[in-house]
Design a protein around this ligand. Structure first.
Ligand code: SF4
Length: 453
């Protein structure tokens, strides 16, 4: 491991991120630290990327495939830019440090303990620096290149799902303070982000370690007021993103129902399986009926909320009958999109030693069946949105609605500068091939919302 001062040898830096939203946020934290330290970011064209002296690869270890892709990319970076020094961070650096250290061009392998705090990361790569000198507030000031900013509110997880390596590589749940998070939301909105997506590893456990609750944090965050240069309040919204269904409590649902302008009507609730014996084998803590009861409770209070989910297929012991039950449960839950993951055995997890492995072709067939069913359910959901009000965060003349749907607007309906977000009434149209598209008819544009990212 090298300890020379990289400011003399690494004037430019490139970032590559694998994995979840929490990882993308972690990269932004490192990015701000390194840029404040004087390094210049190169990104975009391959030619510019070729010139980076330091490449930070923030990795994921959640599946064997994620690890394989990261190792492959590191080899390619070294082949294409043999002079670049490579620093590997993230969960793979925690789970396979020895393997990564052997890869060509790799100078530093920094696990989550060493790399999470930017000061630690900088010290490890040779910059002796104190937090004051770095001048960084806790967190980030922008989410470069994106309209929607991710905000990591906690890290780690106290559960022990049989398939998951995350608690081993990220540790117990640790919450960031509500004051710090409110200040960060203010900075992000001020920087022009009209949507802030709350993320973490197990966000429903925010507050457990500091005597508070996730609903309490939500209540604080939605009150954050940010004024534009003319002194008018900037319209912005939160998206809760991924939360366990059993942790969506009544105070949280009430806040979502009371402030649809401030909290997107969308929840991503990992289900993993829709069959009780499989949930039990996975060491998940709820039954199918408890999961569905949460969906019903939320749906009763909100106007056509969108539910999305992660489902893992081919978990050891999952039979065709279990999978058929999962399909039925998913339909009953009313998912509009499903991220389907085939089971991937990870060393160090309880599932690693489970014997009743499902044949890969069966996992593939289950994945295809679930994905196909989900696209039909999404079409039906879009049709049901005809006439609904929503707010769209625009990138050009299309964008993402609060209910996590792609919505386009007619350029003729927009006068002057395209706003960052727009309030619309939705119109659903089925095309000849059965795919339903959503068009937004503006009911009021939010021109005051920031334009910068
Ligand atoms: S709840 Fe389960 S799947 Fe989610 S991070 Fe924790 S252990 Fe992993």
């Amino acid at each position: 491991m090298s300890h020379e001062d990289p400011s003399k040898t690494a004037g430019s830096v490139r970032f590559v991120t694998f994995g979840c939203k929490a990882n993308q946020y972690d990269t932004q934290v490192l990015r701000e630290a390194l840029l404040r330290r004087g390094l210049i970011e190169v990104s975009g064209s391959a030619k510019a990327a070729d010139q980076a002296d330091l490449v930070v690869v923030n990795t994921c270890t959640v599946t064997a495939e994620a690890g394989r892709k990261a190792r492959q990319l590191v080899r390619r970076i070294h082949r294409e830019t043999p002079d670049a020094k490579i620093a590997i961070t993230g969960c793979l650096a925690e789970s396979e440090p020895e393997v990564l250290a052997e890869l060509p061009g790799v100078e530093w392998v920094l696990g989550n303990g060493e790399a999470k705090a930017p000061v630690n990361f900088l010290r490890q790569i040779g910059h002796e620096v104190g937090p004051e000198e770095l001048g960084i507030p806790a967190g980030i000031t922008e989410f470069a290149g994106h309209k929607r900013a991710f905000l990591k509110i906690q890290d780690g997880c106290d559960k022990a799902c049989a398939f998951c390596i995350i608690p081993k590589v990220r540790g117990k749940s640790q919450s960031r303070s509500a004051d710090e998070l409110c200040a960060e939301v203010g900075r992000l909105v001020q920087a022009g982000h009209v949507e802030v997506v709350l993320c973490g590893i197990h966000i429903g456990h925010w507050g457990l370690d500091i005597g508070s609750t996730f609903a309490e944090l939500l209540r604080r965050l939605i009150e954050v007021k940010v004024l534009d240069e003319g002194g008018s309040p900037i319209e912005w919204r939160l998206r809760v993103s991924s939360i366990e269904a059993t942790e969506v409590d009544d105070p949280m649902v009430r806040l979502m129902a009371d402030r649809p302008d401030r909290i997107a009507s969308h929840l991503h609730m990992p289900m993993q399986s829709g069959s009780d014996p499989v949930l039990k084998a996975m060491n998940r803590w709820y039954t199918v009926s408890e999961y569905l009861a949460s969906c019903d409770r939320i749906r009763d209070r909100l106007d056509r909320p969108a539910f999305t989910a992660d489902i893992l297929v081919g978990f050891p012991g999952e039979t065709d009958a279990h999978f058929a039950e999962t399909l039925r449960t998913a339909e009953r839950a009313g998912f509009t999109k499903i991220h389907v993951f085939p089971f991937s055995a990870r060393p160090g997890t309880a599932a690693w030693d489970m014997k009743e492995r499902v044949a890969p072709e069966d996992s593939r067939a289950r994945r295809a069946a679930l994905s196909e069913a989900a696209s039909n359910w999404e079409n039906a959901f879009r049709l049901s949105l005809d006439g609904a009000q929503d707010r769209v965060v625009l990138e050009g003349f299309a964008g993402l609605s609060g209910r996590y749907q792609r919505v386009s607007v007619d350029p003729a309906d927009i006068e002057g500068v395209v706003p960052a977000a727009i309030d619309v009434r939705l119109r659903a149209h089925a095309s000849a091939d059965g795919v339903v598209k959503l068009q937004g008819v503006p009911t009021g544009s939010l021109a005051a919302a920031g334009q910068r990212p």
